[in-house]
Design a protein around this ligand. Structure first.
Ligand code: BGC
Length: 343
């Protein structure tokens, strides 16, 4: 079942809608037209008690004025492009430098602040569509984006990204949900597994240095499930730069989950499946309690963790990374599944 409700109005007078997808387990997923944002995931714990497992905002004002991309669809290029610059076939493109005036972060202020056009596909699928004009944020190509959100009966939220450009361009799409499986507090006690033997260390501007570093023997080794908080303050240069985890993991190939999170008190489990090569683990390091989130509660440091499935950061400038360039007319497609259960 899908229900549509009004969610408020942006400062410039645009009316935002919220679509709730509900399955027969009473699991609910709210999706806003603003930013094609997954705004709430309401799911049972091991005792059948429901809670919202996403940190973020319950007002449009929160999203507009204090956003750290909570739940948003981000693109055209999720994560960072160094110096807001890259070339395709010898032509240089300068894109919005929305981070410290140096770096392009999450494609600039377009996709996540626009109103997407919603279409109910069936009882459990909602499509969000947006056409980005050629040159938007400096990127080449008019791109037709579609994101299909499907809530399955097994409590799996499948997010499929479709895009077609009329010029050769780069595309990297993700969702920026901040999960908190307890529905409260911080996430340091969550246990996390990431199926990655290596990660991409970053420089002081959070740009990959180009090294693919083995996780073995470092704070970045999540191959065996461990508490997010265990090594988050480890004496490690990379942890210092990120103020915790804010890094891309190079996913191992295979059919199993890319990541699994477990919160012992609620018993909630989140499995993440993706066809992408990377995932950014961001542990809300820069949240500091000064911003008020859902229910009037401050968004404290580590209030949520993000598992942003993606091409590696700065790929357009890194020929040695798996590439995300699409030709004119080529169909871009990627899929990520967030599956909830209890144990
Ligand atoms: C980035 C963080 C950033 C956050 C919110 C993450 O994807 O890696 O550095 O603070 O998004 O913008």
């Amino acid at each position: 079942m899908i229900i549509k409700n009004a969610f408020g109005t942006t400062a410039d007078g645009r009316a935002v809608d919220c679509y709730t997808i509900k399955n027969s387990n009473e699991t609910e997923v709210d999706i806003l037209t603003y930013g094609a944002t997954v705004n709430r995931i309401y799911v049972a714990d091991k005792n059948g008690e429901f809670a919202d497992v996403l940190a973020g905002f319950d007002t449009i004002d929160g999203h507009e004025n204090h956003s750290d991309y909570e739940g948003m669809t981000v693109g055209r290029y999720a994560n960072r492009i160094a110096n807001g610059k890259f070339s395709i076939d010898g032509v240089e493109y300068n894109v919005e430098k929305n981070e410290k005036g140096i770096t392009c972060l999450h494609g600039g202020a377009e996709l996540s602040t626009t109103l997407w056009k919603a279409m109910i596909v069936d009882d459990n699928s909602l499509e969000m569509a947006y056409t980005s004009p050629d040159g938007a944020m400096g990127f080449p190509g008019k791109v037709e984006f579609k994101v299909l959100f499907t809530l399955h009966e097994d409590n799996a939220l499948k997010i499929e990204y479709f895009a077609v450009s009329d010029k050769k361009t780069v595309i990297n799409m993700t969702n920026h949900a901040y999960f908190n499986l307890a529905g409260k507090g911080d996430v340091l006690n969550h246990e996390l597994m990431i199926n990655a033997d290596a990660y991409t260390p970053i420089d002081e501007n959070s740009i990959p240095t180009g090294e693919i570093r083995k996780v073995e023997g470092t704070a970045f080794d999540f191959r065996q499930s461990k508490k997010i908080g265990r090594d988050i303050t480890a004496d490690d240069e990379q942890i210092r730069i990120g103020r915790g985890y804010d890094h891309n993991f190079c996913l191992n190939e295979g059919d199993g989950p890319a990541a699994v999170a477990y919160e012992p008190e609620s018993g909630r489990v989140l499995e993440v499946y993706t066809d992408l090569c990377g995932v950014q683990l961001y542990t809300g390091n820069f949240l500091d309690g000064t911003i008020i989130g859902k229910g009037g509660n401050p968004l404290i440091q580590h209030a949520g963790f993000c598992l942003e499935t993606q091409y590696y950061p700065n790929t357009p400038n890194m020929p040695e990374f798996p590439q995300c360039t699409v030709d004119a007319g080529e169909k871009f497609y990627t899929c990520t599944v967030f599956k909830f259960s209890v144990k």
